[in-house]
Each structure stands twice: as C-alpha cells, then as structure tokens.
Design a protein around this ligand. Structure first.
Ligand SMILES: *Cc1c(COP(=O)(O)O)cnc(C)c1O
Length: 362
C-alpha cells in the first residue's frame, strides 16, 4: 500500500484578514479554529487514502458510529511558533508522530506513517500560516491531530474504517498576566490509569476518567489534580494532562514511565535541556509522604508541571485530605523559570536549537 499525497482543496472564502486579526488579538485556547483541516481515511484492505486539505467544517456522523459508543479515539497536541525572522516551525513533530503510532497500537487502530503525520501538520500550517501569531510573547498555533473509528455498528471489536484529522487553533499566552503557580489537589481515591490500562496512550478515555477528580479538585479550590498509582495509591504519577518535575538542590527528578503515565514530549525535552543547563536530571519514584517531607525539610526546592499547552507551570499550593503545603513559598521557583525560558527560547527561535528539535515546514 502506498502513502497518499495530500491533495489541496482550499476554501474559496477564508476569513478576511480583519476578522482573523481580531481573533488573534485575544485567541484564548481552543476557542477559534483556522480556515482549513486535513482529513485522511483508512479502510481495511486499502490502507490510508483520500488525503486532502479541505475547508474546516463539521463532520456528518452516523448515530451508530463506533467512536461514539466505544471510544476508540486517540489524539496529539503540538504547536507551531513564529520565529523572529517570520518563518514558522513546529516542535518535535516526529516525536508526536511516533507517540501517535504507539497510542494507535494500544487502541487497536492502524498506525499512520510518521511522514504522513508530519506532512498533514505541515500542509495545514502552510495553508493557514497567517493564523500563526506574531513572534514575541508565547502565542502559537496549536495543532490537534486525532483519529476516530469511522465504521458504523454496535458490535464490539476494532473498527475496519478510521478517519484521521488535523485541526488548528490559535493559542494566546497561557499566562497572559505573567506566570502564576497552579494549585494541586492530590487525588488519593480516584485514579486516571491502571497498570495494563491505557495511561500511556493519548486517548480521550483517560481524560473522561479524570474529569470527576478534576471537578472535586475545583471544590477544594484547586485548578489541577495530581494522580497517584492505582495499586498502592502512594506513588506520584502526573496531572491529568501534564507531567511533573521535582527540583532538588543538586538534581531534578520526574516520575519514571511505568506504563500508566503519559510520556510527555515536554518532559523528555526537559530531561535533556536540564542537563545542558547544569542540572543533572533523572527519572525516579516519589511518594506523597516523601513529597511532603522533602518540602518541609527544605530539600525539595520547587515542583513544576509540564506539557505542550502551558510549557512549564510552577506548582504552588498542594492540598490533600489531610492538609496542605506550599512549594517555594507559593512563588514560581528559580530553576522552574530558567527551564521555562530556555525551552520557550528554543521553540520560538530566540535561542539556538542544538538538539535539532525544531522542524521547518517541508
Ligand atoms: C499530552 C499529555 C501530557 C503532556 O505531553 P506533551 O507531549 O508534553 O504535551 C501529559 N500527560 C497527559 C495525560 C497528556 O495527555
């Protein structure tokens, strides 16, 4: 089966420059979408076909579409940034493409070739380049590739037809008023993923599993939930959509990939970037008892969360059912902010990219 090329069928009535500029002055997150999308179909026996860039539009879905009933769905998230010279780059799209393949394997879906994933993202960004915010600040064009089962029927088995789509949404700075620490609720009862489950796949099902704890966090005045392992309810895993890092005096540590947490690309980039900046970094295991004790003894200096959307978010207050404590006096930590700037500088083209992470549109 051959890899299809993406046929360009652009809109004859994209938004006017004035309308687009009005949106770009305050895009928020995930509220507005660009003029186009890329769609690619997969059918058993035929493989990937009908790859096209078309005007952004609603899908027509049969009520018995399998995704609606059994949640065979996976997604990705990556950003395109405008560099100082006006050119546009994406950050490590090959890593997203490979993770998308791993998620597909876990959900018994077909694997999209890496080149086709990157090609689809490139085609959309190229077509809707005017939607990539100006250089400066932290604004970007957020890309959301995803795949759903396209077969109709209520029989329970992997579908024999799929639809891959990429849409794009301009994103303003995550912290328009300056970086602010996030408050965290430590969920000791509810888990988001279990050993042997799909916690290491990027799938909507994991988010559905996390929403109730997220709502509980809000009743405790917290913005995010930290999940613990599902067996001992003791080992820190990650937030609902971000990985965690613990900053000690002489090293930084992030929870090891046990299979029930997601292998964040930001997490992976920071393991390497921290070393470049003189902070030995490693993967390890942190219990809630240790988290609290090391904060109280002063050994644990800072904690931060990381992911594509917010890049790096400092952790401020941590609440559990037995009490609460504050990280670094509730202020963004020094190492946290240094790493945040270093990563953003590479992503936005202000600093040299020695790792070859940024991808120019093909
Ligand atoms: C997407 C995601 C992350 C962050 O991954 P990045 O590649 O850094 O954006 C972390 N945890 C979960 C559950 C996620 O879905």
């Amino acid at each position: 089966m051959t890899t299809p090329t993406i046929e360009l069928k652009p809109s004859s009535h994209p938004l006017s420059d004035a309308e687009r500029e009005a949106i770009l002055t305050d895009p928020g997150f995930g509220r507005h979408f660009t003029d186009h999308m890329v769609t690619i179909k997969w059918t058993e026996g035929r493989g990937w076909h009908d790859a096209e860039l078309v005007p952004y539009a609603p899908l027509s879905i049969d009520p018995a579409n399998m995704t609606l009933h059994y949640a065979q769905e996976i997604f990705e998230g990556l950003k395109a940034y405008r560099r100082p010279d006006g050119s546009v780059v994406t950050f490590r799209p090959d890593a997203n493409a490979r993770r998308f393949q791993a998620s597909a394997r876990r959900l018994a879906m077909p694997e999209l070739p890496v080149e086709l994933f990157i090609g689809a993202c490139d085609a959309l960004v190229q077509q809707d380049k005017a939607w990539v915010p100006e250089h400066g600040g932290e604004s970007s064009l957020y890309l959301r590739p995803f795949m759903i089962a396209a077969e109709v029927g209520l029989g329970v088995r992997p579908a024999n037809e799929y639809l891959f789509i990429v849409i794009a949404s301009p994103a303003g700075a995550y912290f328009p008023g300056g970086v602010e620490p996030v408050s965290i609720w430590l969920s000791e009862d509810r888990v988001r993923a279990v050993p042997g489950g799909m916690g290491d796949a990027k799938t909507g099902g994991n988010y559905a599993a996390s929403l109730l704890a997220q709502a509980e966090a809000a009743t405790h005045g917290c913005a995010q939930v930290a999940y613990l392992d599902a067996v001992e309810h003791r080992w820190v895993e990650e937030l609902g959509g971000m990985n965690l890092y613990f900053v000690y005096e002489d090293h930084i540590v992030t929870p090891a990939l046990t299979g029930s947490l997601l292998a964040g690309i930001t997490r992976d980039s920071l393991l390497r970037l921290a070393e470049d900046l003189g902070h030995p970094s490693r993967e390890g295991r942190i219990s809630i008892e240790q988290w609290r004790a090391d904060t109280e003894s002063g050994a644990l200096k800072e904690v931060f969360a990381c992911g594509t959307a917010a890049v790096i978010t400092p952790v401020g207050t941590v609440k559990t059912k037995d009490g609460e404590w504050e990280q670094s006096g509730g202020e963004p930590g020094e190492v946290t902010m240094k790493l945040r700037k270093a990563l953003l500088d590479i992503q936005t083209g202000r600093a040299e990219d020695v790792h070859g992470w940024t991808h120019e549109l093909g």
